[in-house]
Design a protein around this ligand. Sequence first.
Ligand code: F6P
Ligand code: MN
Length: 322
Amino acid sequence: MSIQISDKFTKNISSPETCKAVSETLTALAHSAIEISHLCALGPLQSGFGALAGSENSDGDAQKALDVRTDEIITAALMNAPVAYYASEEQDDIMTLDSGKPLAVASDPLDGSSNIDTNVSIGTIFSIFPAATTAHDSFFRKGSEQLVGGFFVYGPQTSLVITSGKGTELYVLDRTDNVFKLAIAKIVISKDANEYAINASNFQSWYPPIRNYIEDCQMGAAGPLQKKQNMRWIGSLVADANRILMRGGIFLYPSDTRPGYGDGRLRLLYEANPVAFIIEQAGGMATDGENRILDKPLNTLHERVPFVFGSTHPVSQVKTYF
Ligand code: F6P
Ligand code: MN
């Protein structure tokens, strides 16, 4: 056993067969996360750590050796789980594992990989859907159809944030017996918070609504937001999302005028959807700036989406700038 899943989490999944399949899949993912967290913790003690793999992923990002390795670990784990289809950031197409199985899993195996060699938190994001009759239909649907959204963080704690649609829970890996244990049964994001996260180096490329909002944040108490706004940007989505779950705030990765950033940077299927599910279930909001992320149908496997999430008050405020 690698995770003590709470009764509340499993009770929310109505069919006993699906519930069993989800538990087995989470156990497999938790095993993978323990292995990946060991690799992350070894850091430069392993040769090639943080090195480029010499290849690019489906989206043109340079792959690091650890991106490729984590994808292999997760693929191998899911092959022994009740999973029919696997969609990964690191692979161009959907992998069929066993079409007779009941679940489909999408994953960003190593989120924040530009932080690997800096000893900053990185993670694994995943989304579980019921398998449809085809590989395509299993993923080309709205995020509101997810059974489970989750992410692991490999940081000072190795943790798992997860939802099956009845609240958001936090598990922490207890290294004494290598088991993920429930640490917070119900995460609640504060409705308001005066902290924003954005890669401000893109200021010149933002469209007016985001530019105006961030300028107002920078004005602090003297501006229309009437309060000093603190700023944090870790550059690993999982770590920024985890901070917002713990103490509120807003995250923005908007679309901008740079080539290739017309829909922002983050991917709908395996980044925005699971994080949006988790944030909403913790009482927060997740949009593309204006509209709810979980209502968006998927048009291409690696589709990007502008992503704004966090405490309800600032996220609703951003809408008014559009
Ligand atoms: O996976 C994409 C990602 O690494 C996220 O974890 C992070 O939020 C974002 O990209 C950082 O983007 P940038 O390098 O543009 O700040
Ligand atoms: Mn990522």
